[in-house]
Structures are given as C-alpha cells and as structure tokens.
Design a protein around this ligand. Structure first.
Ligand code: ADP
Ligand code: SF4
Length: 688
C-alpha cells in the first residue's frame, strides 16, 4: 500500500497535447545501444515503463549524417528507414501506458562525423570539441535553412515512429543550437550572431518549426543547460539561462533543465549529493508556466515529495536512479520503499556509453541484458530443482548470488570470515567520498534478512574440511581478492625484486588498519598502476591524516580510466588542491629505506625521490586457495554429495564491483540449468 505522503508523485501532469500518467520522468540518457542494438534498446526502455516511469525518453538521436557520433551508439533518425527501429521503442513504452520522448539532436561542433565523413557544421569556423584533428565550417544562411528543414523532417519521422514528446535540445555543449547560443562558439556578425536576440534566433525558430511540424499531437520539450559552471565564460543560471527562459517562457510545452557539460550533469557521488542541481534549476518555475523537469540523482521518495511540494520541479527527472532501479516508481506506489535499489552514483553506467558498449550498472546486474539474455530486473524463474547452495564470502558477488538464489526459491547458506558483511564494498565505502557505495551491501543484505530461505553467518572462516563436512550440494566461492604487494600490474608484469618489504603498504592495509598503518617515517609515495579510482581516494585519505603524499603513475594523467566515469578532471583538480605532488609518466626502478628510484616511461631517464612508505596500487590477486583445495579433492567432494564448486566475483577474476555483482547474479541465474542459452546477438546480419 502506498504511503499517502507520496500521492503527489502519482498525479497526472499535462504536457501540451499529451498527459503524463505521473511525475516520474526518465530523462534522455545514453545506453550504449542506440541505432546498432535497437531491440536491446527497446526492451530496456519498455522495462522502465513497466516499472512505472510515466515518461521514458531515448538517448540523443541524431537527425542527419552531419551529426554522426560514430563509434558511439546513439539513436538515429537520419532517414525514413530508421523509423522502424525507433518504433520498437515507442511500442514497448506505450504497452505500459507511458509516454515516449525523443531527444532530437544535431551535435554541431561536438561530432567529428567519422563514419559519414561530412564536414562538421558550426556557427563559426572552429576546431571541434572532441580530440579529433577536425575543424567545423561556419554555416551560411542556406546551411541554416537546410538545418531547420532537417530538424523539422526528423520531428516528422519521430512522430511517424510514435513519439509523444519531441525535444529541441541545447545542452551538454553537444548541440548545435547551444553552440549558436554561446558567445564562445558563435562569432557571427549576421542576424544569427552578436546580440543575445540574434544568438537566440535559431533556437526560437527551431522550436517554432518543430511545433509547426508535429505540435498538433506531440508535445515540444526543450532541454536547456542552465549552468555550465564556467562563470562568465558560459551560461550562468542567474544570468544567461534566466534571459533565455524569460525570452522563450511558454513557447515549448515543457522545460527540461540541467547542468552542462555531461561531467557536471552526471556528477558522481564522490563529488555531489542528492539534489545537487537544485541551486541551479529552482528559478525556472518562476519564469515559465510550463511544467519543468530536472535531475539530481533522486532516489528517496521524501526528497522527491519535497521537490514537488515546494514547487521546485513538476517532474522528478532521473537517468541513473532509473537505471539502478527501473521499478523505483512501482516500488513507491506499492509501499515497498526498502526494496528500492538505490543508485550509488559510481558512473559505471556512463562508462559503458563512453566505451561504446551497452551499459552496465553496479547496482542492477540485469541492465543491458533485458533483450539478449531475457533478464528482467524484478523477476527470475523459480529453480526447477530446489537444491541448496553454500556461498563462501559475503562481498558483492556472494551477497548478490545469495539474494538472487533465494528469490528463485533456493535454500542458501552464506558465510563470511569477517564480523561485517559487504567485503570490499564495506571497506571502500569508508574511504573519502565513497559512502554511498555501501548501498550495494545494504540493498542485498536487507533482502536476505526478509526471507526464510537464507541462513547468514558472520565470523565464519570456512576451510575445505568444513565445506566437505556440511555436504551442501552446490558451493560458490566468493572469497574476493587481495591487492598485490609485489608491484605486478600493467607496467611491471613481473614481481619487482628491489622492493623493501617493510616499507610497502597496499590498499588492503590502509582500508584494514586505516591510516594508522602508515608509520611516522617521512613522506608517503602512492604508486598507481591501477589507473582508476582507488589510488586517488587513498591519496585523499592519507593527506587528510596529515601526511605528505607524492602520487607516481606511469600514466600521463592521474586516474585516466576515470575519464569514462566523467571524474578524471575532478580527481586531478582535487589532488592538486590537496597539495599532492603528482609525478606522471614514471615507473619504479629501485628502492632503498628512504628513497625510490623512478624511471620515465618514455625515455627511461631515472631520478630519486624521498619515500618513507610506498603504497602500491597496482593489481589484485584472486583469493582462491579454498577453491583450488576443494577442486583437488574430487573423490571427497563426491562422497560428501557436493555437485558443483564454482568461483565467482573477484575470486574468479578481480574487477569492478559491477562485475562482481554481475558474476553473482549470473551464478544464480545459471543454477539448475543444464545448458544455459547463449546470449542473443543483434549485431549479426540475417543471411537467410
Ligand atoms: P567480491 O567482490 O568478489 O564479492 P570481496 O572481496 O568483496 O569479493 O568479498 C569477499 C569476502 O569473502 C570478504 O568479506 C572475505 O572476508 C570473505 N572470505 C574470504 N575467505 C573466506 C573464507 N575462507 N570463509 C569465509 N569468508 C571468506
Ligand atoms: Fe547508479 Fe552506478 Fe548504476 Fe550508474 S552504474 S546507475 S551510477 S549505481
């Protein structure tokens, strides 16, 4: 039963000629599927509608080959032959009574057109925004007229594909319309450049064109970046954005407002809190009478009610919360608040799109697998034969395997050596900025505590003999991994012979004993060959305890992989502000009791730096001794009635927390299946 306090979230809201059934609005977000995997895309969006999102949007959808984001897998409405693929999505959304929205885009200066080889278009001649050595040409007035035609034609194709809401997009520094608005991109001296009214002209015209093309049946939404966090160099919410919205106030049917660029809009939880966009977007409703949608990683229904009740927004916009839990609205509606799988703000979903593959999610292992594996986020078929499972290790892999198996009706015993659940997630969540990561543990543990078919044992370090004695039919070994203390990683593929063992610490030491593990003898050097978040988080941790830190990495920048989670710039900035000395492009070449020898990764030139303690963040070794022992005891296993022993998560291959959850989920899905179906492939041409 729904709590009456949340009724306001379930009110229908009119958007021009259409009506949203409630206030839950999945704003446009990338999936890494787009035009190349349209069935997968459609199924994912359909499940959001099934989960109660009243509006479900596409990702950015290119309107023309001059806006070609290849190799990214975005939506595409270049021509009529693209309509059937998009129709799959609108049908899937309409099946559940939700509205389907399409974010039409021309990327202007943002697309290098690698596939189409068209010359990029921009308000003024300029080098494009991405790293490609490509320049855009300045559009003349006939180009502008053509662009307006392309946009209107794409809107008509969107209507033919069944969309209810058609976007005019000026956000993220990814849109030609935004490029025309911005003084830093628009250096024109004709009627489309110079004054504010002139720079606004094309935006106003395209809104009118879109209304004329499809406005009789489709709502027209505008997505606008209301702040770029660039000060006077960009759009500011209290200056330029206010002027734009005042000038166009009631021309669209809906305002979708957010921060720009993407790294500001999708800030990770390390750098932002729930509702972080409110200071920038709250003014919008005072300037327009049209409904307003905004985002801010809202996962709490109380926060959502506050935002609507106080008149800050009309719709709760969500990308990541709807990825982590596509059924978030339905759970609020059913009064199942504790069942919500809250987004942890880690941006692994974003990394999928940034690496041009279907997205993954740390909290939701089924995302991206809806079509190809037929996985539903809330439903798993009951086990055909109700065999028992012993799961050794209660980190993300073990917890997810146990949770999903109990959901399937299996009897599960879960044991962990430690005095607390969560394994690495619990430890990492105590590091600076990562507190929300504990939600990975909390969600699963709570589920396991509600059911009768799970037995949970802490402080239970199991041996092979223990496991044989229990004689439970199926064993999952989810014992995790340990950080290596021998230097082996990407750049050093063999153990380093010169390391002074008593001067070495690993992330496990710092997470286990905290910064007390650091002695008082001089400065700390962190050597990062992992190249994601861990080393930089430890640097913050060690600095906050009053130590001086030198950050050495073979990479040219700090934490390069965090570019994929939109965090790299913020991480490097934070370390600089904390006074961490950054030594890029160097590897380890020697060590004494108080110094390190570094070698330049390019020239091999060496130099010495002071080092009281060396923290190695390189790679991890599976904690798989137990699996090897059990594997060797073939006859004993048979005698004990053990049918399977399977390594999962980091014990199989150390990786992301998302990979551990997925591994646990996969184990639970595969249980009892003699021959699991291979995932479907959408990228194969039908040769029949
Ligand atoms: P993953 O990411 O694969 O879930 P973690 O390292 O987070 O791995 O979790 C592994 C868990 O396994 C840790 O909490 C650890 O205490 C536990 N563990 C390791 N060895 C044993 C064992 N022999 N018996 C019980 N628990 C164990
Ligand atoms: Fe949230 Fe992380 Fe999942 Fe993205 S991957 S939706 S940030 S939990």
């Amino acid at each position: 039963m729904r709590d009456r306090r949340y009724d306001i979230l379930f009110e229908p809201v009119r958007i021009g000629p259409v009506t949203a059934p409630n206030r839950f609005y999945q704003v446009p977000h990338c999936t890494g599927m787009g035009h190349r995997y349209p069935r997968a895309e459609a199924r994912l969006r359909g499940i959001k509608a099934e989960g109660g999102w009243g509006v479900v949007s596409t990702q950015e959808t290119e309107i023309h080959p001059t806006s070609d984001l290849t190799p990214a897998n975005e939506g595409r409405l270049w021509e009529a032959s693209d309509i059937p693929a998009m129709r799959l999505m609108t049908d899937a959304v309409h099946e559940h009574g939700s509205l389907a929205a399409v974010q039409l885009v021309h990327n202007g200066l943002h697309s290098s057109n690698r596939y189409s080889r068209c010359t990029p278009l921009a308000p003024s001649s300029a080098i494009i925004i991405s790293d490609d050595p490509v320049q855009a040409r300045a559009m003349d007035t006939s180009d502008i007229a053509r662009f307006r035609r392309w946009h209107a034609d794409a809107a008509l194709r969107a209507k033919a594909a069944g969309f209810d809401i058609v976007y005019v997009y000026a956000g993220h520094d990814m849109s030609l319309l935004q490029h025309f608005l911005l003084e830093r991109h628009n250096h024109r001296s004709d009627e489309y450049g110079g004054s504010f009214e002139n720079r606004l002209r094309l935006f106003r015209e395209v809104i009118a064109d879109t209304r004329e093309a499809v406005g009789n049946t489709c709502a027209i939404a505008v997505r606008l970046a209301v702040d770029e966090l660039l000060g006077a160099e960009g759009i500011r919410h209290d200056v330029e954005a206010r002027d734009i919205i005042e000038a166009l106030a009631d021309e669209p049917d809906l305002w979708d407002v957010n921060l720009s660029d993407w790294s500001n809009d999708s800030q990770s939880s390390r750098f932002s809190v729930e509702g972080f966009q409110e200071p920038y977007t709250r003014f919008v409703k005072s300037v327009t009478s049209k409904p307003v949608v905004g985002v801010g990683r809202y996962t709490s229904p109380d926060a959502m009610v506050r935002v609507i009740g106080k008149g800050i927004l009309d719709f709760i916009g969500a990308a990541r919360p709807s990825i982590a839990d596509p059924f978030l609205p339905k759970k609020i509606e059913a009064g199942r608040i504790e069942d919500i799988r809250e987004c942890i703000g880690c941006n692994i979903c974003v990394s999928g799109d940034n690496t041009n593959v279907p997205m993954r999610c740390t909290q939701n292992p089924t995302i991206g697998e809806e079509w190809r594996r037929n996985w539903h986020p809330e439903i798993i078929p009951t086990l055909k034969s109700p065999e028992s499972h012993l799961i050794v290790g209660g980190g993300p892999a073990g917890l997810e395997a146990a949770r999903a198996l109990t959901q399937r009706g299996g009897d599960v015993v879960l044991a962990d050596a430690r005095s607390e659940w969560g394994g690495r997630v619990t430890q990492e969540s105590r590091l600076p900025g990562l507190a929300e990561w504990a939600r990975v543990r909390d969600h699963r543990l709570w589920q396991l505590q509600q059911v009768q078919n799970a037995e949970l044992y802490l402080e239970s370090r199991l041996t092979a003999a223990d496991i044989l004695e229990y004689g439970i039919a199926n064993i999952a070994i989810a014992t995790g991994a340990v950080w290596r203390d021998d230097g082996v990683g990407r750049v050093h593929r063999k153990p380093l012979p010169f390391l002074v063992k008593e001067k070495i610490l690993t992330p496990d030491d710092l997470m286990g004993d905290g910064v007390d593990a650091i002695g008082s003898d001089g400065s700390v050097v962190i050597f990062d060959d992992d190249r994601f978040y861990m080393a930089s988080v430890l640097a913050e941790h060690v600095v906050s305890a009053g130590h001086k830190v030198t950050f050495v990495t073979p990479s040219p920048v700090v934490a390069p992989w965090s570019d994929n989670t939109l965090e790299q710039q913020r991480i490097q900035k934070r370390l600089i502000e904390l006074g961490v000395e950054i030594v890029p492009s160097n590897q380890l070449a020697g060590m004494s009791h108080d110094s390190l020898t570094l070698a330049c990764t390019y020239s091999g030139r060496t130099r010495e730096i002071a080092c009281g303690q060396l923290v190695l963040v390189t790679s991890r070794a599976p904690r798989d001794t137990l699996w090897h022992e059990l594997h060797a005891l073939q006859a004993e296993r048979k005698e004990a009635g053990i049918k399977s022993v399977t390594r999962i998560g980091d014990c199989l291959a150390p990786g992301l927390i998302a990979a551990a959850c997925y591994s646990g989920h996969l184990y639970a899905r595969a249980a009892g299946e003699t021959c699991a179906a291979a995932p479907l492939r959408e990228d194969m041409a039908n040769l029949e």
